[in-house]
Design a protein around this ligand. Structure first.
Ligand code: WTA
Length: 628
């Protein structure tokens, strides 16, 4: 995909100029690099007020044709996926483009044989094995809409997502390996499926070999594959047909099923992958995310495969068998581009640097960061010990909703600046707004907003277009509002300062405080609760829950039960670090909880509480301070 690349600042500047002068011509030229069964009639139609966005209208394609079939002509034997298993003693697998094509087609036929057809929703709740990527692509092959649920979510969270999208098939595994732990995925799925009437079949991959219970609708993956062949022509999809749903947390209890469409998502993920990481033929690229998150969708599976790259999939965790595992894997597979999250860097930074230095990292050319702001210390550690001051670092800002990276430097092409995501990609129009929604210029701080659509913007929230409008397009009419604040320097570089809503990013995971409060409130001894984030040196942020009990309770017992309840309702990632039992919460006279004050209290910033005299119950502040 040579035509996608800007290799110099001159190319980049030219692209930026064209993108702002003639955005449609700009995107059309990029879209022309792909294989379409039929070209579009119109490049873009949009209205941020309705809101409605459509790209490459009338275009017909299948994304797997671009990710797989196309490469069979030029590089059938090239490795598409390197699978690095959890246990370093197990052999890595190298899956070529032709093998991947065959396995995807066979899995697609397995889905069809079990009744799946275009437009059906298929839920995928699987560990990080090659079959997860194959499952995603198999859905895309037949035009079924995949909804991947991260394999760390609980049965309740899984069921809620299956029911929201009314999925007809669940793809899962007996269990999953993650470090020293084995997650009983099938047991969790069984529990979820007791309340999922839309599911007709549950197809189970054998991964751990553990004992599992077996129900009427259960089928073994390997047995189903044997019944079908690998001839599966790709379904012809409209550019705007949905490709997948991926749930992300919001400010209310219900997760938002972000819907991405086929054409625009393909164009943008490939374009951004190519330019941000400056991938070159023969390079080995590794993104350490899980495919259960958007980073894995866009930059393990679709983006890299669309440009014909070699992408590493890692089943394990950075700490197993020791804190040098990432670097061992980089050395083993001669990784050239390495993309991870600040929370992982901060965790690794706490361990002896010898764990990095003993591995040969000379293959590395580019380092990436995603998911939350990267603090200066982590940035410099990454630069010095991993990059040896020799690898550009791309700090990539984006979201589940944006589908692809929007603000970043391009490795080695545009300047980097520690802790700054730097500049918008060509074709992306980012502005800063003041609280009244006016655009503000120059070196300043404000609310991040985007003025013009880019091809991979999510098109709606599954089943709730009104909510899509309210969350992203209503606060600042005429703009897409991502929910983040940012600083801009004199050169136009952006530094993301964090969320401006009730979402907290814990270890790179987006957690809404509302669903956690709902889980806490479900406990019989809890009257009311409020959850806020506070700074944490490894996780970036951690959660502090304030809980009002309804009677005298033994507070240790209650907090243990509450942690277990959150873990069961949402998943272990949402467990609060601190649970504080209080007799009241600071409230306004209209009864609204003052989260701003709770955030300051949780962070220990007692001198920054501001005026608390207007509270309904100012005395509660002293009590919270005393007991914290
Ligand atoms: C945050 C992850 C600062 C941000 C791809 C955003 C970041 C949210 C960065 C989306 C970054 C992501 N610098 N903050 N480089 N990348 N964020 O949907 O608050 O899981 O809104 O997508 O993560 O999280 P999500």
């Amino acid at each position: 995909m040579e035509g996608l690349s800007y290799r110099s600042i001159a190319d980049y500047t030219k692209a930026k100029e064209q993108a702002s002068a003639q955005p449609e011509v700009f995107w059309e030229n990029i879209a022309n690099q792909f294989e379409w069964y039929e070209k579009w009639d119109k490049v873009l139609e949009y209205d941020f007020h309705t809101p409605k966005v459509s790209w490459f209208l009338g275009g017909k394609l299948n994304i797997t044709e671009n990710c797989l079939d196309r490469h069979l002509k030029t590089q059938p034997d090239k490795t598409a996926i390197i699978f690095e298993p959890n246990d370093p003693n197990d052999a890595a697998q190298h899956i070529s483009y032709s093998e991947l094509h065959s396995r995807v087609c066979r899995a697609a036929n397995m889905l069809k044989a079990n009744g799946a057809k275009k437009g059906d929703r298929i839920c995928i709740y699987m560990p990080m094995t090659p079959e997860l990527a194959i499952a995603v692509l198999a859905c895309a092959r037949i035009g079924a809409i995949h909804s991947v649920v991260f394999a760390g979510f609980s049965a309740t969270a899984l069921a809620a997502r299956i029911n929201d999208a009314e999925c007809s098939i669940l793809l899962t595994a007996d269990g999953g390996f993650r470090g020293a732990k084995v997650t009983p995925l099938k047991d969790i799925a069984d529990e979820a499926l007791t309340s999922c009437p839309s599911i007709n079949n549950c197809i189970v991959l054998k991964r751990t070999g553990q004992d599992v219970s077996w129900n009427n609708m259960d089928l073994w993956w390997h047995e189903e594959l044997e019944k079908v062949n690998d001839n599966c022509p790709a379904e012809v999809m409209d550019s705007e047909d949905p490709l997948f749903i991926l749930y992300t947390s919001g400010s209310t209890g219900k997760p938002k099923g972000m819907v991405h469409s086929c054409g625009g998502y393909m164009v943008y993920t490939a374009y951004s992958f190519q330019n941000v990481f400056q991938y070159q033929k023969g390079d080995v690229y590794w993104c350490t995310a899980d495919i259960g998150w958007i980073t894995g969708h866009s930059y393990i599976v679709y983006g890299p495969l669309a440009v014909g790259a070699t992408t590493v999939m890692f089943e394990g965790v950075p700490s197993y068998p020791d804190y040098g595992r990432f670097w061992e894997v980089c050395a083993k597979h001669k990784v050239n581009q390495f993309y991870t999250a600040p929370t992982a860097i901060r965790a690794l930074q706490k361990h002896p640097v010898e764990l990095v230095n003993k591995h040969d990292l000379s293959s590395l050319k580019v380092l990436g960061s995603v998911g939350e702001p990267i603090n200066a210390e982590a940035w410099h550690w990454y630069d010095k010990h991993v990059g040896k001051h020799n690898c550009p670092i791309v700090d990539t800002w984006w979201q589940t909703e944006t589908g692809g990276i929007l603000i970043t430097s391009l490795a080695g092409v545009t300047p980097q600046k520690p802790t700054y995501a730097t500049l918008p990609m060509p074709g992306v129009q980012v502005v800063l707004l003041d609280n009244e929604g006016n655009e503000i210029e120059g070196e300043t701080e404000g609310i991040l907003a985007i003025k013009h659509p880019w091809p991979s913007i999510a098109r709606t929230i599954w089943g709730d277009h009104e909510r899509y409008k309210n969350v992203y397009f209503s606060a600042y009419p005429g703009y897409y509002f991502p929910g983040d604040g940012a600083l801009r320097d004199a050169e136009g570089n952006f530094r993301i300062t964090g969320r401006v809503d009730d979402v907290v990013i814990v270890s790179g995971h987006n957690l809404g405080t509302a669903p956690i409060e709902n889980a806490l409130n479900a406990h019989e001894s809890v009257v009311e609760s409020a959850v806020v984030g506070f700074p944490h040196d490894v996780k970036g942020n951690a959660l502090h829950a304030f809980v009002i009990p309804n009677a005298k309770v033994e507070s240790n017992k209650l907090t243990d039960e509450l942690r277990a309840l959150v873990s069961k309702t949402i998943g272990p990632i949402a467990k609060p670090d601190r649970i504080q039992v209080v007799s009241g919460l600071p409230k306004t006279r209209s009864g609204k909880i003052m989260r701003r004050i709770l955030r300051k209290l949780a962070s220990g910033e007692y001198d920054q509480l501001g005026d608390v005299s207007t509270l309904l119950n100012p005395e509660i502040i002293e009590e919270i301070k005393r007991n914290s």
